[in-house]
Ligand binder design. Structure first.
Ligand code: NAD
Length: 499
């Protein structure tokens, strides 16, 4: 049976009224399992009206009371974990264990946002001039919007909404139309936790919805995560409308393997980081950069051995290492790019094309794929493949590895495997990338630090979550005060200097 999804506006499910729908697939079986409504501009504007009406009272609620709602939400999500993971896995195709990780990494940020009463505190300085005190306060923005990608349907909405709601904003989420069920379930759980209706809304749809969110002056901030071209264009659109925006884009993450590295540790790390979630992670490692021919030969041998033992399966298969890609288009695109790599002259050591899983022959599966001798001018190096494809780029020395990284247009994550503290320290200081791992393959910062890529992986000056999250979702007001019992200086016509 094909289920029909809704929007979630004003604390209730709202049927799509535009007449436009998009199919939601079961990627393991390769069949349609649901359909999601695509909202019209008018439906989107209605959601903004509802969010704006709900905002004032929420903003005036004291931060500790808001935090208590989030505490109850965290508890409810834990209780609903199995259901959430199953729903997520069924629409995305990542394994159940990985789906739980998706939810948990989102909850981490909500838990930190529960510290809002402390995190929203302003500053106070007394006697900045004679009888004059200055203090600052952080105030919520109003209605803010989050536009999120398919690959983390729980984590990224929670990264944004957790902080925005704790800071006293109301929120409109425009999730990916490819796996919209989990965001709708999160909306139900927010309501059950005591969030007032209209403070968290889900509007399903595509570009038409996003255009309204960018253009409508009642939406004060846009948080986006997705592919680089869309991130850049939404950032430009938001800026043109005078809005603050943080827009995170695609990636091509490298892992440097120094000759002194523990090669078994590096190979294990690469296998998990390249093929986990079928490579559909913005922090997946898609490029291995072994330093020196001996390192490269030994590493490739170890990768080959490990790939032979990987298990591809239905996303509910507890034994599977990874499941299918999200859609037929994604599978076709990845398989096409593997063909391009062969034509460009890279050595295809393991070919994941044409695989199938017994009983699920229609599923969008691509097996683990390994290329050696990939060169930086090749398309498979330059483009984000977003599939289970690992490219080995051999370099002669450490400086060449750094040059390769400098020339990459992306700057999301990177990692170095070495036993040498000097090399690691030098690398962390010099590399032009936002998130760095040292003997850690996927350096996704923990919730109380900030997450954000550089170069074409991120547009805007503040990262997600951590202290930056609160800066993004609040505006700072600075108050300078003097009381009548203070010094009366009479009218002054010169710039006050505080002396
Ligand atoms: P996508 O860019 O196709 O879609 C992201 C969101 O934008 C979705 O909600 C989608 O509906 C919307 N959208 C798509 N086309 C649009 C358009 N023309 N105008 C306005 N909105 C539009 O990305 P995706 O395929 O859902 O997700 C995968 C991408 O996200 C990868 O590039 C991945 O690297 C990136 N990603 C980045 C991060 C990060 O933090 N940097 C995290 C996760 C994913």
């Amino acid at each position: 049976m094909v289920y029909e999804l809704t929007h979630f506006i004003g604390g209730e499910h709202v049927a799509g009224g535009s007449g436009n729908f998009q199919d939601v697939y079961d990627p393991s079986a390769g069949r349609v399992q649901g359909r999601v409504p695509l909202a019209s501009a008018d439906e989107t504007r209605h959601a903004i009206t509802v969010a704006e009406e709900a905002w004032g009272a929420w903003a005036e609620t004291n931060a500790q009371v808001r935090a208590r709602v989030l505490m109850r939400f965290v508890d409810l999500v834990h209780k609903d974990m199995d259901n959430l993971a199953q729903t997520l896995s069924a629409e995305h195709g990542k394994t159940l264990a990985d789906a739980r990780g998706d939810v948990m990494r989102g909850l981490d940020v909500v838990e930190v946002a529960i510290g809002a009463p402390h995190l929203l505190k302003g500053e106070y300085s007394t006697q900045v001039g004679r009888g004059v005190d200055t203090y600052s306060m952080r105030q919520p923005l109003g209605v803010v919007a989050g536009i999120t990608p398919f690959n983390f349907p729980a984590m990224i909405p929670l990264w944004k909404a957790g902080v925005a709601l704790a800071a006293g904003n109301s929120f409109i989420l425009k999730p990916s139309e490819r796996d919209p069920s989990v965001p709708l379930r999160l909306a139900e759980l927010f309501l059950e936790a005591g969030l007032p209706p209209g403070v968290f809304n889900v509007v399903n749809g595509g570009k038409e919805v996003v255009d309204v969110l960018i253009e409508d002056p009642r939406v004060k901030a846009i948080g986006f995560v997705g592919s680089t071209p869309i991130a850049q264009s939404i950032y430009a659109g938001a800026a043109a409308h005078g809005k603050r925006a943080q827009c995170f884009g695609g990636a091509k993450n490298h892992l440097i393997i120094m000759p002194d590295a523990d090669l078994d540790m590096a190979a294990d790390a690469l296998i998990g980081a390249a093929f986990g979630s079928a490579g559909e992670r913005c922090m997946a490692i898609s490029v291995a950069v072994p330093v020196g021919a001996a390192t490269a030969d030994a590493l490739v041998g170890k990768l080959n051995e490990r790939i032979a033992n990987l298990r591809l399966g239905h996303s509910f298969d507890e034994e599977a290492d990874f499941g299918p890609l999200v859609s037929r288009e994604a599978k076709e695109r990845v398989e096409t790019l593997i063909g391009v790599g062969v034509e460009e002259g890279a050595d295809l050591l393991v070919d994941g094309r044409g695989v199938s899983v017994t009983g699920y022959e229609g599923g969008y599966f691509v097996g683990a794929t390994l290329f050696d001798n990939v060169k930086p001018h090749m398309r498979i190096y330059k483009e984000e493949i977003f599939g289970p494809v690992l490219s080995v780029v051999r370099v002669g020395d450490y400086d060449e590895a750094l040059r390769v990284l400098d020339e990459s247009p992306f700057g999301n994550g990177v990692s170095i495997f070495t036993r040498d503290g000097d090399s690691a320290r030098d690398f962390a200081a010099r590399v032009d990338v936002g998130m760095v791992g040292i003997n850690v393959p996927i350096p996704v910062p923990i919730a109380y630090y900030t997450f954000g890529g550089w170069k074409a992986s991120g547009f805007g000056d503040l990262n997600q979550h951590g202290a930056d999250g609160f800066r993004f979702y609040t505006k700072t007001k600075t108050v300078t005060s003097r009381w009548p019992s203070g010094i009366r200086a009479g009218a002054s016509f010169v710039m006050p200097t505080g002396t």
